[in-house]
Write a protein that binds this ligand. Structure first.
Ligand code: DGY
Length: 429
């Protein structure tokens, strides 16, 4: 890509972020997702920080202003009523002062906050904001181990596919067969009115998403009860890698801010997580796999969830094997990184998390690969990402075979990642 294209793309990315910015939080895209989403916001703040550091801190602080008293940070905050999205606050019924959903999302906050802090131009501003966020993020991490790892195995379970962020991944198919779909209230989907239904989860999956919401709602959203009461308890290596990385990043941040108790607790969590993650390694696939906690069995599904652990700081030989798996996948697609191994017959190029490429994943995977010296594979992923933007604009996700834009358009976190990629390229040149 020549310099002119890069600067146009950069300006366009900022335009997308600004048009989705509602002042104190940013919606992922207008129409399809009209509220604040947890991990979208944390990653969006990285993009915002390049043109407005104060605004970036606000994005994360707005999210944490809606943290639950038990420490959980919900996956959606319904700041302002909007009937364009389903399921809205009337379905969740979490009883929060500002309505929120009742489940969480991948904890990227610590990673984002450390990055904002370390590269801040305004160091004083950064130290003030980071110091205030530190105990809140620590409380969220602590919530995970208390509520999602109640038997002290070192890895946390997700209780709903939406928590993983990879809603309809093939990873959940088998476990989802145990989730009933009878007895759910009648409903009308709104997502398929904003995006092509062929790019979205199926009705059978939606029924089960809603069954779980109703089940947890009937338990009063009491997190001390949900884990054991859930028929869906899956250990996602990608989700855990984000948490492990978050704990390590929070520990480093706490050290820099002279908060030794938070530093020690999070260092210990990250070490425990890294050791436990080894039990999910698959030699045959050259990547990690999910574990179904209800059956105790690994799930034979080579998805991007098992590639993402490079971001969490896995042993070098594992990271190298993952780099080789990505290279192998690259032979079967035009654009990296597909969200499911294209060699698997279950791969679907356009359906949400069953094959398409997502720039947020590319960003985290490239970051992890770079830190273990796999610079060429990382560069290939960044090149793919920018080619996708140049070809198809700021989509939610992309068909990795053709580069076609899928899902929602003018997507905030895609734009934020592009800003990150371009600024990283600038600082390396
Ligand atoms: C959706 O509604 O598609 C979201 O991914 C759930 O958070």
């Amino acid at each position: 890509m020549n310099g002119l294209d890069a600067s146009k793309i950069y300006d366009h990315a900022i335009e997308v972020l600004k048009e989705n910015d509602l002042g104190s939080y940013t919606v992922p895209t207008r129409g399809l997702y009209p509220f604040q989403w947890n991990w979208d916001s944390c990653l969006t703040a990285l993009g915002q920080s390049h043109y407005d550091e104060a605004r970036a801190w606000t994005e994360i602080e707005t999210l944490f202003a809606h943290q639950w008293p038990d420490g959980m940070v919900p996956h959606i905050v319904f700041h302002v009523w909007n009937d364009g999205y389903f399921p809205g606050p009337d379905v969740w019924q979490t009883g929060r002062p500002t309505p929120t959903s009742g489940i969480t999302q991948p904890p990227v906050a610590a990673f984002a906050v450390r990055r904002l802090f370390e590269r801040a131009r305004d160091k004083e501003l950064a130290a003030r904001h980071a110091r205030a966020l530190l105990p809140k993020i620590d409380a969220w991490h602590s919530w995970f181990y208390a509520n999602r790892d109640p038997h002290g195995e070192g890895l946390v379970a997700i209780l709903h596919p939406w928590e993983s962020g990879r809603d309809n991944s093939i990873d959940w198919d088998e476990a989802f067969e145990r989730v009933p779909s009878e007895g759910i209230d009648p409903y009308t989907r709104r997502d398929t009115q904003h995006a092509d239904p062929a790019h979205r989860p199926t009705k059978a999956q939606y029924d089960r998403y809603l069954w779980l919401v109703q089940h947890f709602r009937a338990l009063g959203w009491d997190n001390s009860r949900l884990h054991d009461a859930s028929p869906f308890q899956v250990i996602d290596p990608g989700f855990n890698a984000i948490l492990i990385r978050g704990c390590a990043d929070l520990a480093s941040l706490a050290e820099a801010l002279d908060e030794p108790v938070i530093a020690q607790a999070n260092r210990a969590r990250s070490e425990m997580g890294r050791a436990a993650l080894e039990g999910l390694w698959s030699e045959r696939h050259g990547q990690y796999l999910c574990l179904d906690r209800t059956t105790g069995a690994l799930i034979d599904s080579p998805s991007i969830g098992g590639i993402l652990p490079v971001f969490g700081g896995v042993p070098r030989d594992r990271a190298r094997a993952i780099a080789r798996s990505i290279e192998r996948q690259a032979a079967g697609v035009r654009f990296l990184v597909p969200s499911h191994d294209p060699a698997d017959p279950r791969f679907e190029a356009k359906r949400y998390w069953r094959g398409p490429a997502w720039l947020v994943m590319n960003y985290m995977i490239a970051d992890g690969l770079r830190s273990v010296g796999e610079a060429d594979v990382a560069a290939h992923i960044v090149r793919s990402s920018l080619e996708l933007i140049a070809q198809s604009g700021f989509a939610e996700y992309y068909d990795p075979l053709t580069g076609e834009a899928c899902g929602g358009g003018r997507f905030t976190w895609t734009a934020a990642m592009v800003i990150e990629f371009l600024r990283q390229a600038e600082s390396q040149s």
